[in-house]
Ligand binder design. Sequence first.
Ligand code: IPE
Ligand code: IPE
Ligand code: MG
Length: 217
Amino acid sequence: MGANHVGFIMDGNGRWATAHGLSRAEGYAYGLIALRKVAKRCEERGVKAVSVYAFSTENIARPTDEINAIFGVVEKFNLTYDGRFKICYMGDFSTLPDKLADSIESVEQRTADNEGMTLNIAFNYGGRADIIHAAKIAYDHGEFIEDTFEKNLGSSRLPALDMIVRTGGEKRLSNFMLYEAAYAELFFLDKLWPDMQESDVDALLEDFEKRTRKFGK
Ligand code: IPE
Ligand code: IPE
Ligand code: MG
């Protein structure tokens, strides 16, 4: 069976920019081009939802100009997106600049009735914080069982996560969808994110279909 929900840890934008004589800031604009390409190919191949790691809660420790560049790319994307995806976000928006937080709300509203694939963007997101947030709500409602807990995760309205793909050579999750990762198939590519092509998506999805998933059985 094909994958319904694929997660991408879009790592390697900074290194890609440096290797091409560009600023790290410019690397994020190229990262967005790759994201559009990858997401479109996933949709063409029948994937129902793609979750991408765009900014972790830990990334806030980076230099201000780099953060401003990332925020700028994302805000512009939100304000200008006119494609067919349903765009949604997960993460903590309370500490983001107002204009950026507003642009998130506006793109979610504008695309809510779109017919296309769901593109879920993890932004100012941390897997541990998401678990704790969901646990607190479940606890407050006195219903601390797996089912009610899962309803409160950032990914609750999406299909079960089938795959996590990390580009950029590191073999770690860096706080991405930790709960959802439980039975996801993991893929690590040395390729830097802006180098991702449609053929890489094809190869990953074909590789996934060859794997035997056992879910402990
Ligand atoms: C990942 O790319 C995206 C963000 C953190 C926003 P990096 O910026 O981590 O790129 P490298 O790993 O330094 O090359
Ligand atoms: C993970 O990449 C975060 C995103 C891709 C947004 P990092 O570059 O922040 O992760 P580490 O620091 O290598 O673990
Ligand atoms: Mg990195």
